[in-house]
Design a protein around this ligand. Structure first.
Ligand code: HEM
Length: 353
């Protein structure tokens, strides 16, 4: 895989037409030279040191205070906005103040796209003026307009050293028409928001697991307190098939196969990684949470730093357990990068320490 020189790594998503509204021809959904150009532009921008602590902790503290010392919090939205905030700061600079609006419209676009992908059985259905097709087009237009507004402000108010600027400069160097420049920037902004959202889902699952495994929550807290010594953590503290045939690996199955991980494959046991990935499973290359090869996740380091900072801050400031409201319902979201999300969200009972 790493010695492969082809630029065609196939994105054979079923319902690609339906996905166009959500992902366009940005990095997640493109191939060949166009993908390579985008990857070259985006890769240097996803710096670990751009992670900043958000207002999430203050929000939780005030909710807990208002609810008399212990609060029942549905954490999904909080984690989603935290991840969005990090992506926004890391990639779109200080003036990306519309990030919340863009995020919520993208989420709505994702939901209608998901429905369309699931029901795209009849050829041409995507073109009919059905209620969901109209909604999809409306959200697509709104997201595009919001992003282009930010681009306009950037062009009027000057240069900033961030991904948005790099995308604008990269599109200009490529000698694209005005329309193509706009499409290039819009598609890639949407893709980065989509891809970056994965961290929010991962943080949600991580807190759910720590909430239902108190012993591990205590161990993680003790480690975070030991490493951070009462300070806010920073990044240093925490880091041949026939042509045209595409193979999709169901990574969840790979990551829970007892033949690979041993008889306790389904148990939440972070201890298995005490001696690294090679100590945890038979073949280290079978562990691929961020993908593998030339299309490996570009935000891997950013996401890992972001999660370590977030989780160590949360465990040192709060203790938490699963709320009786929580219903376990993992749901597959095939739209962007195949995430398994908590279908009913995650409800936690949170107390300030
Ligand atoms: C815990 C969080 C995350 C997980 C588990 C994750 C996982 C993945 C996976 C599995 C892929 C597909 C790899 C493949 O096709 O082989 C991917 C692609 C990608 N991810 Fe992430 N990701 C996360 C966070 C992020 C963040 C925070 C960003 C940036 C802000 C990001 C940017 C990207 C990009 C740009 C791609 C497309 C790379 C390409 O096609 O060349 N990801 N990610």
């Amino acid at each position: 895989m790493t010695t492969c020189t082809s630029l065609d790594f196939g994105r054979p998503l079923s319902g690609t037409k339906e996905l166009r509204a959500l992902l366009g021809q940005g990095i997640l959904n493109s191939n060949g030279a166009h993908w390579a150009h985008q990857r070259k532009i985006i890769a240097p921008e996803l710096f670990v040191d751009k992670v900043k602590v958000s207002t999430l902790l203050d929000t939780w503290e005030s909710i807990i205070e208002n609810q008399g010392g212990i609060a029942d919090i549905k954490i999904d939205e909080h984690m989603r906005s935290f991840a969005g905030d990090v992506v926004s700061r890391a990639c779109f600079g200080s003036n990306f103040s519309r990030n919340k609006e863009i995020f919520s419209k993208l989420r709505a676009l994702e939901e209608v796209t998901f429905k369309a992908v699931r029901s795209a059985k009849v050829p041409g259905m995507g073109l009919l003026p059905t209620k969901s097709n109209r909604a999809r087009r409306a959200f697509e237009k709104e997201v595009r307009a919001l992003i282009l507004k930010v681009v306009k402000e950037r062009n009027e108010f000057g240069y900033e050293n961030d991904l948005l600027q790099t995308l604008l400069d990269g599109a200009k160097i490529a000698n694209l028409s005005q329309d193509s420049i706009q499409q290039f920037v819009v598609d890639n902004c949407k893709n980065i928001y989509q891809a970056g959202g994965a961290t929010g889902v991962l943080a949600t699952w991580c807190l759910m697991l720590l909430a239902s495994n108190q012993e591990w929550q205590d161990r993680v807290r003790a480690e975070a307190l030991h490493v951070c010594k009462g300070q806010i953590p920073n990044v240093d503290m925490v880091l041949k098939m026939k042509q045209g045939v595409n193979v999709w690996t169901l990574v969840t199955t790979l990551h829970t196969d007892p033949e690979i991980w041993g008889p306790d494959a389904f148990k939440f046991n972070p201890e298995r990684f005490a001696n690294g990935v090679s100590g945890a499973c038979k073949q280290p290359y079978l562990y691929m949470p961020f993908g593998i090869g030339p299309r490996v996740c570009l935000g891997q380091s950013l996401a890992q730093a972001e999660l370590k900072i977030l989780i160590s801050l949360i465990v040192t400031k709060f203790s938490f357990s699963l709320s009786p409201k929580y219903v376990h319902k993992p749901s597959f979201n095939l739209v962007a990068i195949s995430l398994i999300e908590p279908g009913n969200g995650v409800d936690l009972l949170v107390k300030k320490l």
